[in-house]
Design a protein around this ligand. Sequence first.
Ligand code: T4K
Length: 367
Amino acid sequence: MDKPLYVTRPYLPPLAEVLPSLESIWERRVLTNAGPYHQEFERELASFLGVPHISLVTNGTVALSLALEALDIQGEVITTPFSFVATSHALMMRGVEPVFADLAYGSVNIDPVQVEKAITDRTTAIMPVHCYGIPCDVNGLETVARNHHLHLIYDAAHAFGVGGRDDILNRGDMSTLSFHATKAFNTFEGGAIISSNAERKGAIDRLRNFGFRDELCVDALGANGKMSEFSAALGLVQLTHFEDIRRRRQEIDARYRSAFADVAGLTCLSYDGIDRPNYSYFPVFIGPEFRVTRDALYDELKSRNIHGRRYFYPLISNFAMYRGLPSSRPINLPNATRMANEVLCLPMYPDLDAADQDRIIGIVRGD
Ligand code: T4K
């Protein structure tokens, strides 16, 4: 059996570059609660991403929950069914009803027109996802949000470092990031919230620390969402490698695209118009003209020890706790249903070497 290939493998910097930070942590014995690495990483990250206000947290799911709490989101929130389940879970867990809007035709992101149609008098916010790091129609969504006085919170878990078109991380009221092991940028576990002003950042900073305003005063229902000194120290080192990693991912992306250019029934996503994609995933969409079904291709790869993933199938709206919602009916979500039925994410990570990539390409092409 050939060696296993997974949909992703986390990038890790040379251990020698991390060890000095570990020694400092051991000496200082400051392990968490906004220690020196935490403060430095927050500053460096704000400058690297070009955002004015950022708060580090433990993971991308906590980031979503804290953003919703900081903006006191209630009632209904319009969101996408084509995402990781954490997006909707963050809403349901605070008693907010997710209302699923369909994707724009041919896109992996929600359609502002469908979002506007889904607004009721209970709607308080829109929570789109920049799926696979492809920017949403931020201008269209902003117009809808402004016209209907709604909050706009972006789940930007996939969009670390994506720049250019419309400066997406600086849009909306808040954006949340994930630094999970499987993401383009990782701190083992980790995440962050980008706030549009200092007051909101202040609210997040208190909420991630149980709601403490000062030593004697707790004035909000906060959680423990603090990033550890280890993750922050690792993040500082990871930042110095990110552009090299992005270039390596770009090479892999380009190699897949040219190998699949003439394959009938297989479509790749376009990065046209995006200045700095992060190449975090390589989804292909398997249409009826392809030689086998999407699931047959998934099984074929798996039988050869290649573990692609059908992100994001099933749609969130198909999971038990969401299925009964009126907006979950498949008739409401034709474009998302099609995307979910056709998608397959192929292995994409900086260590994927040419021979392994050729193995994947050969199977997909049916050579
Ligand atoms: N919003 C969106 C849009 C998201 O996609 C996510 C998470 C979130 C919010 C929440 O952010 P976090 O709270 O997670 O920070 C993975 C990740 O766990 C999840 O972070 C991610 N999205 C989602 C898309 O994918 P799984 O269950 O598919 O991961 P898993 O463990 O099967 O890993 C996939 C492959 O990666 C493995 O087959 C092997 C490789 N791998 C994985 C890990 C964890 C490694 O090589 N090393 C590792 O340490 O969910």
